[in-house]
Design a protein around this ligand. Structure first.
Ligand code: NAD
Ligand code: IPM
Ligand code: MN
Length: 332
């Protein structure tokens, strides 16, 4: 019997290209893991009329972890049923509220902890009779407290500095967020806390990203700031994420999207996906040594066979092959 079942959701655009490299790496470093492939996103809409078919969700619920490629296809941008709805439903169904988005390069080592199942993404939205369109941002203090506690605990295990990012000068939800952070702070006396307004935080991340250790923020701010953090540490092609619940499977996926501008050309950088594999090995199925081996092999491939986004000319497949070659060498 396999030790663990991991559901692999290749997704759309460059998703299947990077997911294939992820599969080959998992088969090499964790051959006892069963990989079950399922549909999500535009691929699932085309096959089943639903971006998150019941069968996909059931498989994810029953797995040790979910490894996901990006979803999204310009064909559905204006449709009522859209690929991204499948991803949001999956995050909600698994209650994967703590989204860890590390960005590391040189002196910069920042971990963004993004609240993932609340705020504008999950609030009421609609159209009024007069044509007004609305999205609402709502948070319950308990929803804030659980992700903030996670962030404090992560900061305690790192350099002990937590920056909570909000828009407390304008938003009611942000003022409550700030209050909850301050209430929890005494539980973590080893951690220093700072509050920062999101507009300034964007500027600080762009100019002096090395000042940050752990950042905690709400859903939409975290979405935007994590692309920015990726940009200042080598680009979107490098940035992985882990979305964790309190119990049950986590979702491991690149920060980047389906990259329709380069899809099908075999040039996508699979690093974000392979680093998501490493996060899955560590946080999803408890294999920290294999995770470290993947991280080091990817580092080696970045240095020796960079993809076009890094100024090189290696394709997705050549990069993946270099990673596996390095893994085989270091295992020998
Ligand atoms: P994107 O992240 O797909 O692409 C932004 C830019 O980064 C593009 O120039 C792209 O070529 C480049 N890029 C992204 N990943 C790369 C990689 N691995 N290697 C090299 N270059 C890479 O953002 P977008 O164009 O705004 O969004 C496209 C679609 O992806 C949309 O439908 C969006 O909803 C979806 N999306 C999905 C996820 C997800 O599933 N988690 C995340 C973000 C965006
Ligand atoms: C991400 C993506 C998603 C988000 C979209 C595709 C719903 O941008 O994972 O960062 O906004 O959370
Ligand atoms: Mn995003």
């Amino acid at each position: 019997m396999p030790s663990h079942t991991v559901v692999l959701l290749p997704g759309d655009g460059v998703g299947p290209e990077v997911a294939h490299e992820a599969r080959l790496v998992i088969e090499l470093v964790a051959p006892d893991v069963a990989l079950e492939e399922r549909l999500i996103g535009a691929a699932a809409i085309r096959a089943a009329g639903d971006p998150l078919p019941e069968e996909t969700l059931a498989a994810c619920r029953g797995a040790s972890a979910v490894l996901k490629g990006p979803v999204g296809d310009p064909e559905f941008d204006a449709a009522d049923v859209r690929p991204e709805q499948g991803l949001l439903r999956l995050r909600g169904a698994l209650d994967a509220y703590a989204n860890l988005r590390p960005a590391v390069q040189g002196d910069v080592d920042v971990l963004i902890v993004r609240e993932l199942v609340g705020g504008l993404y999950f609030g009421a939205s609609g159209v009024r009779d007069d044509g007004t369109v609305f999205d609402t941002c709502e948070y319950h203090p308990d929803q804030v407290a659980r992700v903030v506690r996670r962030a404090f605990a992560l900061a305690r295990a790192r350099r002990g500095a937590l920056t909570s990012i909000d828009k407390a000068n304008v938003l009611e939800t942000s003022r409550m967020w700030r209050r909850v952070v301050n209430e929890i702070a005494p539980e973590f006396p080893e951690v220093g806390v700072e509050h920062m307004l999101v507009d300034n935080a964007a500027m600080q991340l762009a100019t002096t990203p090395d000042q940050f250790d752990v950042i905690v923020t709400e859903n939409m701010f975290g979405d935007i700031l994590s692309d920015l953090a990726a940009a200042v540490t080598g680009g979107l092609g490098l940035a992985p994420s882990a979305s964790l619940s309190d119990s049950g499977p986590g979702i491991f996926e690149p920060v980047h999207g389906s990259a329709p501008d380069i899809a099908g050309r075999g040039v996508a950088n699979p690093t974000a996906m392979l680093r998501s594999v490493a996060l899955m090995l560590e946080h999803g199925i408890g294999r920290p040594e294999e995770a470290q081996a993947v991280v080091r092999a990817v580092e080696h491939a970045i240095a020796t066979v960079p993809t076009p986004d890094l100024g090189g000319s290696a394709g997705t497949v050549a990069f993946g092959a270099a990673v596996r070659e390095q893994l085989a060498l270091t295992a020998a």
